[in-house]
Ligand binder design. Structure first.
Ligand code: F6P
Length: 323
């Protein structure tokens, strides 16, 4: 591999810039040329490609978002779109790609890599922590901290008014953000998609008398069709348990912003360097993962499999610590 392209795709995540920086510098360190591709696969198709030097990525490690911009690209799902993308790679002499993004982006990478026999290495860039084969993803720790700080603020007003709050967080169909931020913020419960809906999590909580000794209650809810979202839960409580003074807070995209934490910057730097190492070792179609603090190569197929299990130990910790 003599020349690589790097892009960010899908929802942005804090630490993506740190990853772009590490990929760029590790590639140049190893004698490769590097091309920054703007707007994810969209820019690969529309040829928004620029050569990067070491100082193209100066002063970005601390910045949220992605300097390369990002997009969700429907055209890349078509054969014609991918053909144009491949032609643009050839035009610039790019012979391998590093794709930083979540499951949708890595799915696209897998299809493209097989179709054109291109070495592609992925980095897990998503706040959702919903990829298999890695303990954590770039952006997850920052988002957790952002949610925790927001929860601390909501707790102040919840306590003053003795209210029950449902706070909705991102994560798509993955409950890790809700569960771990519930533990970190001392919330009373987390309603997450991994726990089947047959089990009525809300009724169970209320029947356990979770408000008995507390002046406020905070319940984290994962945005998801399975949980129904915070609004629906609050409506239900209003009808079925009118004694509670209920409020809802949907944190939304503020969870995706902000300067990355030290942990995310270090993770992104390690993974960025590992991506280039993987290409040097002729790896392809793998995502860089981290398991027990060791870098691992995870085949795309396994990484995007939608069967990430929630940790029963974490569920137990929340249950016990919130009595
Ligand atoms: O995958 C990251 C994520 O923030 C999810 O948690 C959320 O469901 C989705 O992206 C929102 O996407 P958009 O910013 O395109 O609305």
């Amino acid at each position: 591999v003599k020349s690589i392209g790097v892009l960010t795709s899908g929802g942005d995540a804090p630490g993506m810039n740190a990853a772009i920086r590490a990929v760029t510098r590790a590639a140049i360190f190893n004698g490769m040329r590097v091309f920054g591709i703007y707007r994810g696969y969209k820019g690969l198709i529309s040829n928004e490609i620029e050569e990067f030097k070491t100082n193209s990525v100066s002063n970005i490690i601390q910045k949220g978002g992605t300097i390369l911009k990002t997009a969700r690209c429907e055209e890349f799902m078509t054969e014609a779109g991918r053909k144009t993308a491949y032609e643009n790679m050839q035009r610039h002499g790019i012979d391998a790609l590093v794709v930083i993004g979540g499951d949708g982006s890595l799915t696209g990478a897998g299809v493209f890599a097989n179709e054109y026999n291109i070495p592609i290495v992925g980095l897990p860039g998503t706040i959702d922590n919903d990829l298999n084969g890695t303990d954590t993803t770039i952006g997850y720790d920052t988002a957790l901290n952002t949610i925790m700080e927001s929860m601390d603020k909501i707790r102040d007003t919840a306590t003053s008014h003795e209210r029950l709050f449902f706070v909705e967080v991102m994560g798509r169909n993955c409950g890790y953000l809700a569960l771990n931020s519930a533990i970190a913020s001392g919330a009373e419960a987390a309603i997450i998609p991994e726990i089947s809906i047959e089990k009525d999590q809300l009724a169970e909580l209320i029947n356990q008398g979770f408000r008995k000794s507390k002046s406020s209650s905070m319940v984290l809810v994962t945005e998801s069709e399975v949980t129904g979202g915070a609004m629906n839960l609050a409506e239900r409580v209003k009808k079925e348990y009118p004694q509670y003074d209920v409020r809802v807070s949907i944190l939304g995209h503020l969870q995706r912003g902000g300067s990355p934490t030290a942990q995310d910057r270090i993770l992104a730097s390690r993974m960025g360097v590992a991506a280039i190492q993987a290409l040097l070792e002729n790896q392809r179609n793998v995502m860089i993962g981290i398991r027990e603090n060791e870098i691992d190569y995870v085949p795309f197929k396994r990484a995007i499999k939608k069967d990430r299990e929630i940790s029963p130990e974490l569920l137990e910790v929340l249950k016990i610590s919130s009595i």
